[in-house]
Design a protein around this ligand. Structure first.
Ligand SMILES: Nc1ncnc2c1ncn2[C@@H]1O[C@H](COP(=O)(O)OP(=O)(O)OP(=O)(O)O)[C@@H](O)[C@H]1O
Ligand SMILES: [Mg+2]
Length: 881
């Protein structure tokens, strides 16, 4: 029965052309496949086939977009293949497409079909099948004048911007804090409450093109926004209603009641004086709300529900009282001119940041009716995959484009959609880009919008990706963990296995492997965290070598059996920090691997800094490298200090440095740094390459500084990767420190693409794949190993935030402990920046689960127990699995 419904839903999704369609379904249920099936129908259908040039098909990641293109090409080619060929059979099995079916359905001849297919193939390379960012860039290039960009602009994925910002910030700061700056008093006030590093991060957040600076100024300085006003009124009203009637009888109030009354007064105060008036709050009220709480149990006469609601109101009041508008007012007054200037200058330099692409494309459509009208006519079909990762600004772009041709709405909520133009598929449970503002509430709002306008909502339940045994485990775990919470956590729909599935690893299911140390006598040995990781890495590699690769059997689609190749195995990491140990273990066991995620590796600051350092160590005459090192985190010199140093003599770390070094403000530090460099120059060339790098890491705090930088985890992993490269190269003849330096310099000058391990090609079956769980999204492997499950996750707390809430348009601000009064969006409120309802939101974000299915026909998990006892605990925990 469900199979029938599932088939029916797939059929409707692929062939309903007069209504908009939203498909919501879990991982591996064939959403992307379905999108391609629909695309095929659109391209060939009769009457009114849609040429590929009038189609936009979008997804979030480059890789996924390329995948769609490749799969579409395969389908187009297969539909021309003979009916009894393997390609044609596959096409029917997966996509429910065949030449014969299309011909009967649309009443055309084989020649007509061929013409349409060939036309589509011809347009494929220039089609708008890509990421939303590439599409936004395309729109800006079509209308550079209206979009206010140089038509030859370069989209920048933050690599150019980071540097640019640092330079701009320093220059501006010099002017502001130098004698000529005219705002000393404001600066003093702000710097009493925060430090320069915090300010810099905050300024950087303000430079983001998605932040409307004028709206922010209004929000801070002006009246309460209407959404905030009505929300506060509601809270005030509830506080009044909850006060027990006995209060009027002169009875002494209990603590909760006192607090509730105080909360009501506070809400009233903000409603009349605005958030900026909080400074004049009477001290007694402030102390009360800051220091007291309403207890853990309902007082006599209060029901549990009333108590919970009253406590919630008190918490809200406590959060409101924490807000500090005067501080942010000062801050914005200081930083707004800088933010505006920095944005303008970056644009003038010919760059548009990634967020800028979106913000500008949205503004282009929103504020230029003739452009929107023309683009609406040009694009007849819009298909979006991974809709849950599409963020609110992107929704706006898509909604404006999908608008009815005869309409022109001013804002996105009032858009009337063109019937049949929009096709979206997604799975809110898989939303992995919360940090990029993707938001379940937004997803649900758009889906509701489509449904309310006669759209067709569909769901799929049958999963084709994983074995029933894996799905059973996944269902069991997630059914328990995921509890529906409106706007925050969607319901868990169990996945159904494909009853016809015959492929995959012979041994099916989920295995939990525990790594425990050997017993020494009666006492279980204990392992440090590092030793635990080492032990697990070793155990995983040994297990792969001895039991999996070449030993386990795989059943292919055509029924053939073959032994498992290294490329059939994927090792997934929650974070990349510890991958180094695993790579080392794989190497020791002679297992080839390829690690993902190295694009731009050689453009990363920490890698450049390390290369400079190694160059310096190897060649004391390399003044450019030394200069780079001095300006890096290790040298920590400002440009001015570098200038002073250069003025005192040639840059050379040998001997005691130049004679005038003593006069330098950082003389003591420079001398010690020079001494370390000289010692490394002496000792490194005598050691094997990897040991030389270890020595550098030992004598200078390179790793520690990287760990402390923003994206610290990634930075450390990148440095380990340079170290891994040294390991890989050590066996090559003549690979000395000098050779290594040459190779690194060459790579800096001309970075190689993507995969970097150098041991195997990405697509070959010869290498085990190493990647983060996020990178593995949508990929499929017969055997998947999740490693390092014992490691904790990062707390979702970011000390600095400037963000706009899509639903209410209000902006949230946070800098360290300071936060500004912020909107009451009902849902994911402050995953990003705790403002109001702080406690509740934290809970919400913690309880929201990221869910993906096992990716595989057979999934294995390795977990390391630090002691026997802990091992047993982990094992019993796993019995649910
Ligand atoms: N109707 C079908 N019959 C048989 N196999 C299918 C069918 N649809 C999809 N598949 C196969 O199932 C696997 C998962 O499909 P697909 O990638 O389209 O799922 P998805 O829902 O997009 O997954 P994700 O949520 O990870 O994006 C693929 O290997 C695909 O070839
Ligand atoms: Mg998909």
């Amino acid at each position: 029965m469900t199979v029938m419904r599932d088939e029916q839903a797939r059929f409707l999704a692929a062939t309903t052309f007069d209504r908009n369609v939203v498909v919501t379904a879990s991982a591996g249920t064939g959403k992307t496949t379905l999108l391609i099936t629909r695309l095929m129908h659109l391209l060939v259908k009769s009457p009114e086939a849609t040429p590929l040039s009038q189609v936009v098909a979008l997804t979030f990641m480059n890789k996924a977009a390329t995948e769609i293109k490749i799969r579409l090409r395969e389908c187009l080619e297969s539909v021309l293949a003979p009916d009894d060929s393997l390609a044609a059979r596959e096409l029917w099995d997966r996509y429910r497409l065949s030449a014969a079916d299309l011909r009967t359905r649309y009443h055309f001849s084989a020649d007509e079909l061929q013409d349409r297919v060939e036309a589509a193939l011809g347009e494929l390379e220039n089609s708008q099948i890509g990421t939303i960012h590439s599409f936004a860039a395309h729109l800006l290039r079509l209308y550079p004048l209206e979009a206010g960009v140089d038509p030859r602009f370069t989209p920048d994925e933050e690599f150019v911007f980071d540097d640019f910002f640092t330079r701009e910030w320093r220059e501006w700061l010099d002017g502001e804090l130098g004698g000529a700056g005219g705002r000393q008093e404001s600066w003093k006030r702000v710097l009493r409450a925060t430090d320069l590093a915090g300010l810099e991060l905050f300024a950087k957040a303000l430079v983001n093109d998605l932040i409307p600076l004028d709206a922010l100024k209004n929000q801070l300085g002006g009246e309460l926004a209407p959404t905030l006003r009505s929300w506060l009124q509601q809270k005030q009203q509830r506080a009044r209603e909850l006060m027990p009637a006995s209060r009027d009888e002169g009875r002494k109030l209990r603590q909760l009641e006192t607090l509730l009354a105080a909360a009501g007064r506070l809400f009233g105060h903000v409603l009349s004086g605005g958030p900026a008036g909080m400074g004049e709050l009477d001290a007694e009220l402030r102390t009360l709300l800051e220091q007291k709480d309403g207890g853990a149990k309902p007082p006599a006469g209060w029901s549990e529900e009333e108590f919970a609601e009253a406590s919630g109101l008190v918490r809200t009041a406590k959060a409101v009282i924490e807000t500090d508008h005067a501080f942010f007012g000062d801050l914005l007054e200081l930083l707004e001119p800088f933010a505006a200037r920095c944005r303008r200058r970056f644009l003038d330099a010919g760059y548009v940041r990634f967020d800028g692409l979106l913000a500008r494309a949205r503004d282009l459509l929103k504020t230029h009716p003739h452009v929107r009208a023309r683009l609406k006519r040009q694009f007849k079909a819009i298909l979006v995959d991974e809709f849950q990762d599409t963020d609110p600004v992107q929704y706006e772009i898509l909604l404006f484009l999908a608008e009815h041709e005869d309409r022109l709405a001013e804002t996105w909520p009032s858009v009337l959609l063109h019937p049949g133009k929009l096709f979206i598929v997604g799975d809110p449970k898989q939303s992995i880009f919360a940090f990029r503002r993707a938001d379940i509430e937004a997803f649900q709002r758009v889906r509701q919008m489509v449904e309310d306008q006669d759209g067709l909502p569909l769901t799929l339940t049958r999963n084709f990706r994983s074995h029933g045994t894996i799905l059973a485990a996944v269902n069991q775990v997630f059914d328990r963990l995921i509890r529906e919470r409106p706007g925050l956590q969607p319901r868990y729909d169990p996945l159904e296995a494909d009853p016809d599935r015959k492929t995959g690893a012979q041994t099916q299911g989920v295995e939990l492997r525990l790594v425990t140390p050997a017993l020494h006598g009666e006492e279980p040995a204990t392992l440090s965290a590092e030793e635990g990781v080492e032990a697990e890495a070793e155990a995983v590699a040994r297990w792969l070598k001895q039991e999996v690769i070449g030993k386990e059997v795989l059943i292919e689609r055509d029924g053939r059996r073959r032994p498992v190749d290294p490329g059939d195995v994927a090792l997934l990491f929650r974070t990349f920090t510890q991958s180094w140990e695993y790579l080392g273990a794989l190497r020791r066991h002679g297992l080839p691997y390829v690690a993902e995620g190295e694009r731009h590796f050689y453009q990363r600051q920490e890698v450049i800094d390390l290369v400079n350092l190694v160059c310096c160590v190897q060649n004391p005459h390399d003044q450019v490298a030394l200069l780079g090192l001095l300006r890096s985190a290790v040298g920590a010199l400002t440009d001015r200090e570098v200038m002073e140093l250069v003025a005192q003599g040639p840059l050379d770390y040998r001997g005691n440095g130049p004679s005038g070094l003593d006069a330098h403000p950082k003389a003591a530090y420079l001398k010690s740094l020079y001494a370390v460099l000289a010692s490394l120059h002496r000792d490194c060339p005598l050691r094997p390459l990897p040991d030389a790098l270890d020595l550098i890491f030992e004598r200078l705090p390179v790793l520690e500084l990287a760990a402390a930088s923003s994206h610290g985890e990634q930075a450390v992993a990148n440095l380990w990767k340079v170290r891994a490269l040294a390991d890989d190269l050590v066996a090559q003849p003549g690979m000395t420190l000098a050779g290594f330096v040459e190779l690194l310099k060459a790579r800096l000058a001309d970075p190689p693409d993507e995969s970097e391990s150098g041991l195997a090609e990405e697509t070959s079956r010869e290498a085990v794949r190493i990647m983060s769980v996020h990178k593995a999204k949508g990929l499929e492997f017969p055997i998947v190993i999740l490693v390092g499950l014992q490691a904790g996750t990062k707390p979702p707390y970011e000390p600095i935030q400037v963000q706009q809430d899509w639903s209410t348009g209000t902006l949230g601000l946070r800098l360290g402990d300071h936060c500004a009064f912020r909107g009451p969006d009902a849902t994911a409120e402050s995953r990003q920046f705790p403002g109001l309802d702080h406690g509740r939101n934290r809970g919400g974000s913690d309880r929201r689960f990221h869910h993906e299915d096992g990716h595989s026909r057979r999934s294995r998990q390795a977990s390391q127990g630090r002691t026997q006892e802990e091992g047993r605990r982990a094992a019993s925990r796993s019995q649910g699995v």
